[in-house]
Structure formats: C-alpha cells, structure tokens
Design a protein around this ligand. Structure first.
Ligand SMILES: Cc1cc2nc3c(=O)[nH]c(=O)nc-3n(C[C@H](O)[C@H](O)[C@H](O)COP(=O)(O)O)c2cc1C
Length: 324
C-alpha cells in the first residue's frame, strides 16, 4: 500500500492532506473529526491583529473573553490559546497556529504565546489590501518582510507565510521571505472580494467557496518555486479532489491544503480523497509521496517555459468562436 507520509515545515505528517484555517478547525470537535478522517495536520483559524488590539488580550483572565472550545473570528486570544492547548492535548497530529495581520506591531509578540501554548508551527497570514496610491509595491513588500523578521525573532518553531498571488515578482518576494526567516510558503490565500447589491445599493461582504478551477494559480507557482530554497510548499486554493492533490504534489507541494471542500462536504470528504490518491499512486507505481513530488515541476518538465508565457498565443487561438 502506498506510503502517504510527508514532511512539512520539518514536521512528520502521516498524510499530505492538511486542513487549512477555517471555522472547521476552530473547534475541538471539528479538529477531532478531521483527525479521525485522516488529515495529516491542521491549521487553526487565524488570531487577528484586530482582536489583539481591542483590549481583549486577557489570557487566563476574563472568562467572558471567548468560548473555550471555539476560537478565532473575534473570540479573542484567551479562547484561542485554550483551543490550541486542548488541541495539543487531545490530537496526535501536528497543530499549526495562525496569526493574521498587516504590519509589524505589538501583535506579532503573540507569536511567542502561541509557541508556548504548544503550537508545532506558526502560519503567518499577512492580509493587506493596499489602496494608497502613494505606497509603492516595494514598500508593501518591505512591510511583509518586516513582519516576518519580527516574528522570526520572537519564536523558535517553524514559520510559514501564507501569501496572496498579487505581487509583481512573486519569485523575488518568496526569496526575500525565506531570507527573512520563513521556512515555508502557503500558496495562496484567497482574498475575499466584496460584491455590490444593486437593489439595496450596498456593498456586500461576499464569501464564496472555491472550485477546482482555481487550482491553476497555486499549481503554476508551486511548480516554479519547487526546490528553490529547500523550503516547504503548501498548496492552498482549489484543492477539492484526489486529482487536485496529485496535481499539486506533482508540481512540487509538500502538502495539499483544503478548506472549501471540507466546509462543503464535511471532514469525511478526506476519506475518499485519500483512497483515490492511494489508488492513483498504485496505478502509477509510486510507493511514496517523495517519489512523485515535483515530477512535473518547472525544473522537471521538458519545456519549463510552459509555466510562464509560452503557449499563450497558441492557447488563445485554440478557442474558436461559435459559428452563428
Ligand atoms: C469561512 C472561511 C474562513 C477562513 N478563515 C481563515 C483564517 O482565519 N485564516 C487564514 O489564513 N485563512 C482563512 N481562510 C482561507 C482558507 O484557509 C484557504 O486558504 C482558502 O479558503 C483557499 O482554500 P480553499 O480553496 O481550499 O478554500 C478561510 C476561508 C474560509 C472559506
């Protein structure tokens, strides 16, 4: 039977299927169900900079701050740390904590608390939408690097940075993040895009789940960044099926992260995905994840330019208009 073990951020995982941050990983019950369904590791929901800046920072103090078994999304740091400690006490898979913010500030020191509470690694989600015309791309990137350096100084556990795909030179930024202390990259976060209600004349906070079509963006960048600096790579956005998992592993990912698929189908969705992944590996005579990882990365394919601009015109031309 195929061996699904993989390494991510220096951690030994029994499976490359990882549950990324979501409400499902924000309760002990959800975490237990994910472990029972075979997940290799879990990423807790993010502890947000805003939660830490609003005076909710009363670890071990006010019992009204958050609920002990449900963390994230405004529950506050006390509830978060409590969930992390409970998760560590009752799960045998690695538990990755997550911090979400925009710039260097007092909040980054909460990374130390997450480490002390037993987090096996920390994922840093820097979610910044720059709408200031005076702020250059270089300055935005410098902010990212600042945060990563500050967190790196604060903790000893492995650090992953979850990025958005919206950078002019992603490969360059990735290299700088590694220099700043990142041990892994999560490609990509999915920015929520507000919509407009044209009857109520309102801006709607629209959050839609992803589909497998969105896998192409992480797939390309994982293929490009595979084995660049010896860091870990996690695919996030658009991983729904075993086929998606095989694709990101072939591109060079160490783990395939899922949120939308698990929110839509429940944790048991992991079981058929794992079965089909094993089946594919058996049919293609791969015994371990290491053997197949990166087999279709940019370095491994005969024409590396297919991951860049090449084939663009040919692909566009192949789309013939309907005859009417
Ligand atoms: C309801 C919901 C909550 C999420 N919460 C977080 C979060 O707290 N921190 C974070 O880094 N990402 C968060 N995400 C993003 C997911 O972890 C994931 O990166 C994104 O949904 C793309 O993966 P998918 O295509 O598998 O859904 C959230 C996504 C959803 C749908």
């Amino acid at each position: 039977m195929a061996d699904l073990r993989t390494r991510y951020l220096g951690l030994e995982l029994q499976s490359p299927l990882v549950a990324s941050s979501s409400p499902l990983t924000g309760s002990l019950d959800g975490l237990r169900r994910l472990e029972a369904a075979g997940v290799g590791a879990v990423v807790l929901p993010s502890l947000f900079e805003e939660e830490l800046a609003t005076g909710q920072d009363q670890v071990g103090g006010d019992p009204d701050v958050g609920r002990a078994d449900q963390a994230g999304y405004g529950a506050g740091p006390a509830a978060y740390l409590s969930l992390l400690e409970q998760a560590k006490a009752s799960l045998s898979i690695p538990v990755i904590a997550s911090l979400n913010g925009t710039s260097r500030g007092g909040w980054v020191h909460h990374a130390t608390r997450l480490e002390q509470a037993g987090a096996d690694a920390l994922e840093l989600n820097i979610y910044y939408v720059s709408s200031r015309p005076g702020l250059s791309g270089g300055e935005v990137e410098e902010n990212y690097l600042d945060v990563v350096r500050a967190v790196r100084r604060a903790i000893g556990i492995p650090l992953a940075v979850k990025l958005s795909p919206y950078f002019s030179s992603l490969a360059n930024l990735a290299g700088q993040l590694v220099e700043a202390g990142a041990n892994g990259l999560v490609l990509f976060n999915r920015f929520y895009q507000p919509d407009l209600d044209i009857e109520a004349m309102e801006v709607l906070p629209a959050l839609e789940l992803s589909s497998s079509v969105e896998l192409r963006l992480p797939l390309r960048w994982i293929a490009i960044l595979h084995r660049r600096w010896g860091i870990s790579l996690a695919a996030s956005t658009g991983v729904h099926t075993a086929t998606d998992v095989v694709k990101v592993l072939l591109a060079g990912a160490d783990v395939a992260m899922m949120t939308s698929a698990l929110l839509h189908n429940g944790p048991d969705h992991l079981r058929p995905v794992e079965l089909r992944l094993r089946d594919w590996m058996d049919r293609h005579r791969y015994e371990t994840i290491d053997q197949l990882r990166g087999q279709l990365s940019q370095r491994s394919v005969p024409d590396p330019a297919t991951f860049e601009r090449a084939n663009y015109i040919k692909t566009l031309a192949s789309r013939t208009p309907p005859r009417r």
